[in-house]
Design a protein around this ligand. Sequence first.
Ligand code: B12
Ligand code: SF4
Length: 449
Amino acid sequence: MKARIKLELITPAVEDNAPIPNLSLATLAALTPPGVEISFTDDLINPLDLDGDLRDVNLVGITCSTKTAPRAYEIARSYRKRGTPVVLGGIHPTAMPEEALEHCDAVVVGEAEESLPRLIDDFQRGNLERIYRQEEFTPPEQIPQARRDIYNPKDYFPLDPLQATRGCPYLCDFCSVRRFFGGTYRYRPLKDVVEEVRSLRHKVIMFADDNIVGHPRYSRELLEALIPLRKRWIGQASLAGLEDEERVRLMAKSGCVGLLIGFESISEENIKSARKYQNRPAEYQQITRNLHRHGIAIWASFLFGFDHDDKGIFERTVRFAIEAKFFSVVFAILTPYPGTALYERLEEEGRLTDQRWWLLENQEAHAPHFHPRGMTREELREGWEWAWQEYYSYSSILRRFQWEYPPTLVNKAIYFPFNLVQRRFVRKKILRGERLRWTKIPWKRGTAK
Ligand code: B12
Ligand code: SF4
């Protein structure tokens, strides 16, 4: 006879962040067998007071990325101290299962569509194992519709996240996705995706796919199926394929209003050494114009610290990004995430500053977590700060506004407020380093070199 149990699902947060609903736990909720009572805490919305009252439940499940690992471990230890068993899952415990097991009772490695029901069954029978791992990647028809009823939509931006595909065939050495989700696109049956989109309450949806236009035939069918649903959508796309004007036109027609695109570097040498072969800097401008012409705003992402970066890279990149008139830009310092080819290479070359840099107190403050080639760590950090400051200066915000293109909804209504909020983010988080919502990691003191 199986015991009825209460399961608490938690998203840890390490800093004030944009309130976007998390798809991981809504997916886990959908995988949980009936008869299990689910509660949910988003640490961003309702910060957990670990010295105060915690929920009285039988089992806790925490999702965990490398950024949130220290907080996830801290929450796990607090629950375990009260005698409540804890399961950790997600991208970081998958890369570092042994480390995660130091802080919890069981780890789910990889996807959980098959593992989670098995884990809950074992738990109800009093047989919890230490590691759960699926034999195969989840067949896409078994990806369930997320259960968005676990969170209060009023706590978040008015948009619904969903996923149509998993996996990525590209080889970018700094990225965790291929090893986690596999090197082919697995795409959910179109009818499942359409049905899920129809059920969504908001006008705006966010595809949490790594590349929503990755698979040419499937993406064309998906875009066509979206047209009659009259949603607006944002998502991530790889540059491969975006030079095709027909496809971009179809994307716009299907409701696409904005794309997060990993440009990563304007240097051809960096792109090659990072094995992001699908990016061709010589085509950046044409692709950008193409998207803008169809009213699709670009949220461009760049990384600094590649081996071919010199001290001039910051100015060259910012100049390029301002001329391209990107709606918004994220500048990140290249980060060796565990389980990536980049991590392994830097470790082999003896260039990591700390093998488990993510456990340092306030990990962001210690970045870069490696010794760059073309400049010192301090110069990389200063250049990165300068780039943010420059891109979100008042003059840049004015220069980047798209006067010449048709005023889309995004362009007209959101551009200035969004960029002014970003400007504030730069002052607070990038320049003053005010990222933390918690202050101590009791089991390890930071020792950045
Ligand atoms: C959407 C997304 C975002 C959105 C987040 C929106 C939101 N609130 O969720 C935005 C754009 C804001 C974002 C930002 C960033 N992101 Co992001 N993001 C993604 C992306 C594309 C999808 C995540 C997702 O929703 N997946 C769908 C769910 C269903 O999958 P899942 O989380 O893996 O869950 C499954 C399993 O892992 C497992 N599971 C997960 N948790 C748990 C918990 C338990 C208990 C169990 C049993 C199982 C389990 O079960 C699920 C079903 O199988 C992933 C890449 C990817 N393909 O996953 C990157 C990814 C997570 N992001 C990444 C990064 C680096 C970032 C940034 C740091 C980028 C930056 N430089 O600023 C920021 C950090 C934001 C922050 N402060 O935390 C990395 C993380 C690497 C790492 N080792 O941690 C990833 C993997 C991409 C990459 N290129 O490597 N991101
Ligand atoms: S960065 Fe994007 S394109 Fe490259 S491997 Fe990761 S998910 Fe694929």
